[in-house]
Design a protein around this ligand. Structure first.
Ligand code: FAD
Length: 354
C-alpha cells in the first residue's frame, strides 16, 4: 500500500490553495503529498469575489477589480468608494489551471481518485469535504449566477452592484448582485438567504430573466456561463481528530454573515505552510470570537425578521467604506466595529442575542 507524508482530501479551493502554498514555499521537496479529488475534469465552476484586504497568490486569475460599488433598496441607492481595498473577482477556471499546471511538475505530488488504497497510518490529513449537511434546519445562502454578453456596450464596468434588494422578497431575504467585467459582459446573480426547504424560491432562471429585462433593461443578451450554489450559514460539527485538520468550508472558514470564504482559505493556507514542520500543534482556524458572536446575532435577526434586513444592509453601508469592508472581511479594529454597530438597530439586535 502506498504511503504519503501529507494527504489533502478534496482538490477544490482550499485543497489546491494549500498544495500551492506548500509547493511555492518548497515544503514538498522532501515530503510527499496525495491530493484526493473525485472530479474527472476541472473547469470554471465558481466565481470567487472578495475585498482584497491583503495580498494573495492569485492576482493573475483576477477577472476584474473595482474601487466603487452600489447598494440598492426601495429606500434608495448609494455609492461607496474605496481605493485601498479593491473588490476582486477570481475565475476558478484560471485558478485550477494555474495551480494544477504547477503541481503536476512536482514529482512528490500525486492526484488520486480515492483514499482507499493508501496506508494513511503515518500521514497527516487535510480534509476539505463535509459529511452530509443538515438541509432543513439552518440558514443557507443559495444562488444562481449567469454571465451575460450584450451586442452593445451597456455596462459601466467601473462600478459593481453589491446588493439590489429592490425585488420580490417572498418573506425571505433576496437580492441581486451584478459584476460588470467589461462594458458588454457581466455576471448577474440572484441570491437568497433562507432555509433550503422552500423550493418555490428556486425559480432562479425566471428571476434572472425578469431582473435583466425589467430592472437592467437589457432585451438582447447571450448566456456565456452559469453557476449555482448553496453556502451553509452554519458551521459543520467541529471534531478534533489526531493527525487531521479540516480546511476550507469544512474547516469553518466561511464568514457566516456574508458567505465570504476565499481569503480566509488563503490566510490559513499560508499559516499551515509556515507551520508545516510542527503541523500536529497547528491552530484550528477561527474567524474570531467577536465575529462569531456578532454574526450569531445578525443571523438571529435575519431568521426572525427577514423583512427588516434590506434596510439593515442598506444602512450598514451608509457609513465609512473602510470600516464596513474591514468588518465584513474580519479585519476590523474596535473603532471600525463601533462604526458598523452604530448603524444597526440596537434594541432589535439586543433582543436577538439569544
Ligand atoms: C458557486 C459558489 C460561489 C462562491 N462564491 C464565493 C465568493 O464569491 N467569495 C467567497 O469568498 N466565497 C465564495 N464561495 C464560498 C467558498 O469560497 C467556496 O465554496 C470554496 O470553493 C470553498 O472551498 P473548499 O475547498 O472548502 O470547497 P470546494 O472548493 O468545493 O472543494 C471541495 C473539493 O472536494 C471534492 N470532493 C467532494 N467530495 C469528495 C470526495 N468524496 N472525495 C474526494 N474529493 C471530493 C470536490 O470535487 C471539490 O473539488 C462560493 C461557493 C460557491 C458554491
Amino acid at each position: 500500500m502506498k504511503e504519503f507524508d501529507y494527504i489533502i482530501i478534496g482538490g477544490g479551493c482550499a485543497g489546491l490553495s494549500l498544495a500551492y502554498e506548500l509547493d511555492i514555499n518548497k515544503k514538498l521537496e522532501k515530503k510527499t503529498l496525495a491530493i484526493i479529488e473525485i472530479r474527472e475534469k476541472y473547469k470554471r465552476d465558481k466565481t470567487w469575489s472578495f475585498w482584497k484586504v491583503f495580498n494573495h497568490n492569485f492576482e493573475d486569475c483576477v477577472i476584474k477589480s473595482w474601487n466603487s460599488f452600489t447598494i440598492n433598496s426601495r429606500y434608495g441607492s448609494h455609492e461607496m468608494k474605496n481605493k485601498k481595498y479593491p473588490y476582486q473577482t477570481i475565475d476558478s477556471g484560471l485558478f485550477y489551471k494555474k495551480v494544477i499546471n504547477r503541481l503536476k511538475k512536482n514529482q512528490n505530488i500525486q492526484f488520486l481518485k480515492d483514499i482507499d488504497h493508501l496506508n494513511t497510518k503515518n500521514s497527516f490529513v487535510f480534509n476539505s469535504i463535509t459529511s452530509n449537511q443538515v438541509y432543513d434546519t439552518g440558514l443557507w445562502q443559495h444562488f444562481k449566477g449567469i454571465e451575460i454578453e450584450t451586442p452593445k456596450n451597456i455596462f459601466d464596468d467601473e462600478i459593481f452592484n453589491l446588493m439590489d434588494f429592490d425585488c420580490d422578497q417572498r418573506n425571505n431575504v433576496h437580492f441581486f448582485y451584478t459584476l460588470p467585467f467589461t462594458k458588454n459582459k457581466a455576471l448577474v446573480e440572484t441570491t437568497w438567504l433562507s432555509k433550503m426547504n422552500d423550493e418555490t424560491l428556486n425559480d432562479y432562471d425566471l428571476q434572472l430573466e425578469n431582473y435583466i429585462k425589467e430592472t437592467l433593461k437589457i432585451k438582447n443578451y447571450t448566456i456565456k456561463y452559469e453557476e449555482e450554489g448553496a453556502i451553509p450559514l452554519f458551521y459543520p460539527i467541529k471534531k478534533i481528530e489526531q493527525n487531521k485538520l479540516n480546511i476550507g468550508s469544512a474547516g469553518c472558514m466561511t464568514r457566516l454573515s456574508t458567505g465570504y470564504t476565499f481569503l480566509n482559505i488563503q490566510e490559513h493556507s499560508k499559516y499551515i505552510s509556515e507551520n508545516i514542520e510542527m503541523i500536529k500543534k497547528a491552530k484550528i482556524y477561527h474567524i474570531g470570537k467577536k465575529y462569531e458572536f456578532l454574526d450569531k446575532i445578525f443571523l438571529n435577526v435575519l431568521k426572525r425578521h427577514p423583512d427588516k434586513m434590506p434596510k439593515i444592509f442598506f444602512d450598514m453601508f451608509k457609513g465609512s467604506s473602510e470600516a464596513v469592508i474591514k468588518f465584513l472581511s474580519n479585519k476590523s479594529n474596535f473603532f471600525e466595529d463601533s462604526k458598523v454597530i452604530f448603524k444597526m438597530p440596537k434594541i432589535l439586535f439586543i433582543k436577538n442575542i439569544f
